[in-house]
Structures are given as structure tokens and as C-alpha cells.
Design a protein around this ligand. Structure first.
Ligand code: 5GP
Length: 211
């Protein structure tokens, strides 16, 4: 019997490079499914509906919450963000490792529901680099950038609740490190239940035969 996939949450300050890192991880390594969240935030010029996010209005978002269609959701800098439930559960059942790129409140809600989740926090190498990445994106106003930097200060208080931090200095190296951490997480007994059960069953049969 095949073990189920594991759930991996990736958080990090806005501008830490999570999006690029996730794209690299899924293109470089097999077996990952990247969850597409639902949001009420306006679409950026380089984004596509259904690929970057499912862009919806507040009423649709609130209806989805009421119908129990989200695993978790949170409000971030004035907009709703949430993880669609059905797709995530399907991918886990099929053996894929599902990556959720979500902020800290959502991460902690996921841990309550899925205690075996792996929580990773992506850090920029320096604050200067974070500011540079946030402004060079050119998609947000100064006001939005300020609000995201203030939010980063709050999020920094919660880093110890994550299992590992990964420093996104060199993209290739960081994706490789993330992949190794996920591979290692697969070897936790809670993630190898099918293998352990099979071994136990065979051992019991062997013991019976030897009586
Ligand atoms: P952005 O607007 O830069 O795409 O995302 C803003 C923040 O929302 C990021 O920290 C991102 O990880 C987080 N986020 C994206 N999707 C979700 C989601 O489904 N749930 C939660 N809780 N946070 C999300």
C-alpha cells in the first residue's frame, strides 16, 4: 500500500521569493502539487486567474467559507486568502506532496487540523535584500509595501513555531534544501504508516508460522 502524500506549508515575508522558489521546486522535482488559493486581492498584471490564484469577490469568498469549502483562510493586509479543500484532499490521497504557500495564521490553523504537516519558513538573506525584492517587483504602491513590511515584523515573532527556516539566497540551493527537508519528513513514522503496518503484519505471520 502506498503512503499518502504529506502536507507542506511554506510561509515567509512578502518579498522573500516564495513564489519563484515554489515554481523552481515543482519544475525541478517530481511528486509535488502546488495548491492554488482563493483570494479577494486584485490581480497583478503578471498573474493569471486559476493559476496564480482564484480571484473572487468578497461575497463569493464568504459563500465558500460558509459552505465549508476551505481548509483554512485568513485576512492579510485587508484581503481574504484561503485554501480550497477538495483539491488538496484529492492530491494527498493520490500520494502527492501538497504545498501550501500561505501566511502564518493559516499555517497554524493547518497544524491544528493536520498535526503531521511540515512547516517551513522562507527568510531573505538580509532585510536590505527583502526591501529590494519588494520594491523591484514594481507591482505594489508604497503604501502596500509599507503595510507588508509592518506585517513582516509581526510574522517574524512567530518563526519559532515552524519546523525549519530556509534562507533564500541562492534559488537553486534553496529549492534543493527544501526538497531534502520534505524527503526527510517522509521518513517520520507518522508518514510511513502503510509501510510499518505491512511490516508488522508480516512479522506476526512469521511468528505464527514458527510456533
Ligand atoms: P500575495 O498577495 O503576496 O500573493 O500574498 C500575501 C500573503 O498571503 C502571502 O504571505 C501568502 O503566502 C499568503 N497566502 C496566499 N494564499 C493563502 C491562503 O490560501 N491562505 C492563507 N492563510 N494565506 C495565503
Amino acid at each position: 500500500m502506498k503512503d499518502k502524500g504529506i502536507l507542506v506549508v511554506v510561509s515567509g515575508f512578502s518579498g522573500a521569493g516564495k513564489g519563484t522558489l515554489m515554481k523552481r521546486l515543482v519544475s525541478e522535482y517530481d511528486g509535488y502539487a502546488l495548491s492554488v488559493s482563493m483570494t479577494t486581492r486584485p490581480m497583478r498584471p503578471d498573474e493569471e486567474d486559476g493559476i496564480s490564484y482564484f480571484f473572487v469577490d468578497r461575497a463569493t469568498f464568504e459563500k465558500t467559507i460558509a459552505e465549508g469549502g476551505l481548509v483554512e483562510y485568513a485576512c492579510y493586509c485587508g484581503n481574504y486568502y484561503g485554501t480550497p479543500k477538495a483539491w488538496v484532499m484529492e492530491q494527498l490521497q493520490s500520494g502527492k506532496d501538497v504545498i501550501l504557500e500561505i501566511e502564518i495564521q493559516g499555517a497554524l490553523k493547518i497544524r491544528e487540523q493536520f498535526p503531521d504537516v511540515l512547516l517551513l519558513f522562507v527568510m531573505p538573506p538580509t532585510l536590505e535584500e527583502l526591501k529590494r525584492r519588494l520594491t523591484s517587483r514594481g507591482t505594489e504602491s508604497e503604501e502596500v509595501i509599507d503595510s507588508r513590511l509592518r506585517r513582516a515584523a509581526q510574522e517574524a515573532e512567530g518563526i519559532e513555531q515552524y519546523d525549519y527556516i530556509v534562507v533564500n539566497d541562492d534559488l537553486e540551493e534553496c529549492a534543493a534544501q527544501m526538497h531534502s527537508l520534505i524527503r526527510a519528513a517522509h521518513q517520520r513514522p507518522a508518514c510511513r504508516t502503510a509501510f510499518i503496518e505491512e511490516m508488522r503484519r508480516e512479522l506476526k505471520e512469521l511468528a505464527k508460522g514458527e510456533k
